[in-house]
Ligand binder design. Structure first.
Ligand code: ADP
Ligand code: 5GP
Length: 213
């Protein structure tokens, strides 16, 4: 029996490397889905509606809030972001589902789904974080500065998370993220159904010869 996808919450200060790391994990692990959030912020040049986000107006976002469509939502960097309940249904029986959300979203998802695994990504230093934010060249200087200014506020919430990972050398960080995913897949509770099924099979066979093929 399936127990649904492993829910993986990934948060970090903006620019620490969530997108880079989760994309790399998806290249290594099959059937790993990405929850596509709704946002009121404008798309970056490289982004496509429905792929990175569902880009919506504030009025449309508020309609979704009123109809209870979101598993969680929050205001981040002056824009609204939310995860629709439909994303979990859309993931079906995928192996995993990644939520790229801020600490407010992480807390809300954890409160409703305590089985979700929350990972926080740290940059090796604030200087490196600033260089990465600037180097990404996807926002203007004022936006980069605003995001950098709230980085420490975001880092202050690291205690909410099950794992904290430093993204210095990219390959090392990808390996660590992959290891966390594999270890979490092996948790006792996720294997309980199979163990119980084998015990039931054993009782049926009791007294009989062991199966040879
Ligand atoms: P986030 O999704 O957390 O905002 P991104 O994944 O967009 O961050 O990464 C921010 C920038 O830093 C990008 O330009 C990315 O290529 C770069 N980057 C991410 N990880 C590393 C790393 N380990 N070493 C060097 N640059 C990195
Ligand atoms: P960005 O604008 O760089 O894509 O994301 C900005 C911040 O919003 C990041 O911290 C990201 O994790 C967070 N975020 C993205 N989608 C959601 C969401 O659906 N809910 C919440 N709470 N935060 C989100």
């Amino acid at each position: 029996m399936s127990h649904g996808p492993l829910l993986l919450i990934v948060s970090s200060p903006s620019g620490a490397g969530k997108t880079t790391l989760t994309n790399a994990l998806r290249e290594r692990v099959d059937r790993l889905e990405f929850s596509v959030s709704h946002t009121t912020r404008s798309p970056r040049a490289s982004e496509q509606d429905g792929r990175e986000y569902h880009f919506v107006s504030k009025a449309d976002f508020q309609k979704e809030v009123a109809s209870d469509a979101f598993l969680e939502w929050a205001e981040v960097h002056g824009n609204l972001y939310g995860t629709s309940q439909a994303e979990i249904e859309r993931a079906g029986d995928a192996r995993g589902l990644i939520f790229d959300v801020d600490h407010q979203g992480a807390r809300q998802i954890k409160s409703q789904r305590p089985d979700a695994v929350a990972i926080f990504i740290l940059p090796p230093s604030l200087k490196t974080l600033y260089q990465r934010l600037k180097g990404r060249a996807s926002e203007d200087a004022a936006t980069v500065n605003r995001r950098f200014e709230v980085a420490q506020e975001e880092i202050a919430h690291y205690g909410l998370f099950d794992y904290v990972l430093m993204n210095d050398d990219l390959e090392t960080a990808i390996d660590q993220l992959g290891s966390i995913f594999k270890a979490e897949e092996c948790r006792r509770l996720r294997s309980a159904n199979l163990a119980e099924q084998l015990l039931r099979e054993g009782r049926v066979l009791d007294g009989d010869v062991p199966p040879t093929s």
